[in-house]
Design a protein around this ligand. Structure first.
Ligand code: NDP
Ligand code: SSN
Length: 351
């Protein structure tokens, strides 16, 4: 396992501080003014072990597939840092703001990967990650030796291994790199990358990860990044369910739940998540940063992971039931803190 933490600094300083440390196949053109287009350079032979000459260098083109809550700000940060970005999203209109910022658009994942050296994918779930990577006009069709595919979606290890196998069959390299951190950290370039797979690709894309994130872990074989992400989100989902119970119990016994949020923030169980989401939860408002449907997906996948190794996870299993109830109440697209609604009495319509 290796971990790298980005010093807190401006993007311009980041570029000049970090890029000289990257492998010699991945060099930066001189920057005349920041931000500029194509400040990164990558060889067509990017992943060969041979050092390249300056003449071999061509601007690195970075693809981004999936421009939802997370993908959109991540791609934006790459563009703002001066990367040459090509985007695709199933719903084309979500590409428009990025095109306005200078991104190019292609009509399919295949066209993106054919045109790019590195492609990132940020899709909803295992099904969409497989479809975009391996389906008709999927990313794998445009991959070949010298290219890299980095899947930053939250999926299970089995899915990641399937995608990794097909990507590697094209001669390209594969990295799974799910992220911890939500909408705001994505906007602020403060994500935590949990990567695994091809170490050479990890090293090559490190400067891009450092634009989008604050910390990156390399965890070894494909599946380890996915597993780490699912364990983290399983804990988070259980914490949110427990916090919801506490807020509702405090109110029912005549306490002010806003004061509970304050008390929690001062003690050993203080967590940024409680302080950030508590005040709106007290008002029964759930502005979406992390959709509840994705949290339930992660609970389900984490429970599958636990089952695969016969690890009891009764608390996560109970929390998962609450997320399922919340989904059945039509709260899938609300923030996952809306799980609290599943604990409130609901008026029944008489037959
Ligand atoms: N939001 C968060 O706080 C975080 C989310 N994650 C994870 O990141 C991933 C993305 O999350 P987020 O951005 O919030 O999710 P969104 O629901 O906002 O975006 C999902 C993306 O997947 C695309 N998509 C869904 N189904 C398909 C399909 N069948 N074919 C092609 N594209 C499809 C959507 O396209 P379209 O626009 O056309 O619907 C959209 O681009 C998820 O795996 C999530 O668990 C990880 C960390 C934090
Ligand atoms: O997968 C979503 C994670 C959200 C977070 O880490 O705040």
């Amino acid at each position: 396992m290796s971990v790298v933490v980005k010093p807190s600094t401006t993007m311009a300083i980041l570029c000049s501080t970090f890029l000289p440390q990257v492998p010699n196949h991945f060099r930066r053109n001189p920057i005349s003014s920041f931000p500029s287009k194509s400040i990164f350079s990558i060889s067509p032979k990017a992943f060969s072990s041979n050092a390249i000459s300056k003449e071999d260098e061509a601007p690195a083109r970075v693809g981004f597939l999936g421009l939802g809550i997370m993908g959109s700000p991540m791609a934006q940060n790459l563009i703002k840092a001066g990367c040459d970005v090509i985007v695709w999203n199933r719903t084309k209109s979500k590409c428009d703001p990025l095109i306005s910022l200078g991104a190019n658009y292609k009509q399919s994942p295949e066209e993106v990967t054919s045109s790019c050296d590195i492609t990132f994918a940020m899709l909803a779930d295992p099904e969409s990650a497989v479809e975009v990577a391996l389906g008709k006009s999927g990313a794998a069709n445009g991959l070949s030796p010298g290219k890299g595919y980095v899947d930053v979606s939250t999926v299970d290890g089995v899915t990641s291994k399937l995608i990794g196998k097909q990507v590697k069959a094209t001669g390209a390299l594969f990295l799974e790199a799910p992220v911890s951190g939500s909408k705001k950290p994505a906007e602020d370039g403060q994500l935590i990358f949990l990567t695994a797979g091809d170490k050479a690709l990890y090293e090559t894309v490190a400067p891009f990860l450092d634009i989008m994130g604050k910390t990156r872990f390399f965890l070894g074989d494909i599946g380890n990044g996915a597993a780490m992400k699912l364990v983290v989100n399983m804990i988070m989902g259980s914490m949110m369910a427990s916090f919801s119970e506490g807020l509702l119990l405090s109110e029912k016994v005549g306490l002010d739940p806003s004061v509970l949020v304050e008390v929690v923030s001062q003690g050993a169980i203080s967590a940024p998540m409680f302080s950030m989401k508590g005040p709106s939860m007290v008002q029964a408002m759930y502005p979406t940063a992390f959709p509840l449907k994705h949290q339930q997906k992660d609970m389900r996948l984490a429970l599958g992971l636990a089952e695969s190794v016969s690890q009891p996870t009764p608390i996560a299993a109970a929390a998962n039931e609450l997320y399922k109830v919340a989904k059945s109440h039509g709260l899938s697209d609300q923030d996952f803190s809306a799980v609290m609604e599943a604990l409130k009495p609901r008026l029944q319509t008489p037959n």
